[in-house]
Design a protein around this ligand. Structure first.
Ligand code: DGL
Length: 270
């Protein structure tokens, strides 16, 4: 049995910079929590890969984070949450594991008035039908319209959030969802909140944007509260960032995105 303490870090992982959208929400809600984040920059993107590959990557990522004795593991990747959450849970044993899909689906059902919900994500997430099943588990009469948006991940990784190309591609991907008269749109990939501006411009103000990163931060708080694992004092190292390739590039994108100067990023092998 692992001894979990309040001073232990929360372990978070994603394929690249996307999970920083989750880090940003956790830091806003739980500023005292020490965080260890791993971005698998050597193998991003995950969302175009097959299920066996995604499950292997998920196991590698979980094993890496377990070396830091986390009190909770957050799968800040919808693709892994959809296809390999069980792999992470099995390796984590009695350490709690939270994925982003349950949180995102719940928030979407709560916020959609007419229960016509759009879901965008990687090809792997959309093909898995994970959001659809989770939304229907909560609200069986909801209409779910899904669309894979594979080009959004490289646009976010390249730091092209405000580029005209992003707006053009957003229009290409999202028009059919708008034609289906959705009133809520789930950003079912943690990279997508980075492109929120272009997505908002395309869908207009009548569609509620559901950010699974925002939803999971609240779940983390309740899980830690329930287990009496909330950290009460400021940690010495509030954020430790690990990547599997090109740390410098990750650092510059992360600093722009989180709006703070970051310590050096550690290169690790998975
Ligand atoms: N950010 C991840 C997700 O939420 C993965 C994107 C990718 O690597 O394709 O699905």
């Amino acid at each position: 049995m692992t001894k979990l303490t309040a001073a232990s870090p929360i372990g978070i992982f994603d394929s690249g910079v996307g999970g920083l959208t989750v880090v940003r929400q956790i830091r806003a809600l739980l500023p005292n929590e020490p965080l260890v984040y791993f971005g698998d920059t050597a193998r991003v993107p995950y969302g175009t890969k097959s299920q066996p590959t995604i499950r292997k990557y998920a196991a590698d990522d979980a094993r890496l984070l377990l070396k830091y004795d986390p009190k909770l593991i957050v799968v800040a990747c919808n693709t892994v949450s959809a296809l390999a959450l069980d792999v992470v849970k099995e390796l984590a044993d009695d350490i709690p594991v939270l994925g982003v899909i349950a949180a995102g689906a719940r928030l979407a059902v709560e916020q959609s008035k007419i229960k016509r919900i759009g879901v965008i994500g990687t090809s792997a997430t959309v093909n898995s039908g994970a959001y659809q099943s989770e939304i229907h588990r909560i609200e069986k009469n909801a209409f779910v319209f899904s669309k894979a948006c594979p080009l959004f991940v490289p646009l976010a990784e390249e730091g092209l959030a405000a580029h005209d190309a992003t707006k053009l591609i957003a229009k290409e991907y999202l028009t059919e969802l708008l034609e289906a008269n959705i009133d809520a749109l789930v950003l079912g990939c943690t990279h997508y909140p980075i492109l929120r501006g272009a997505i908002r411009e395309t869908v207009g103000n009548s569609v509620t944007i559901i950010d699974s990163a925002e939803a999971i931060a609240r779940d983390i708080k309740s899980t830690l509260t329930e287990k009496s694992l909330l950290n009460s004092s400021m940690p010495c190292v509030p954020l430790k960032l690990l990547v599997s390739d090109v740390p410098q590039r990750f650092k510059s994108i992360a600093e722009v995105f989180l709006g703070v100067e970051l310590p050096d990023i550690e290169l690790v092998e998975v």
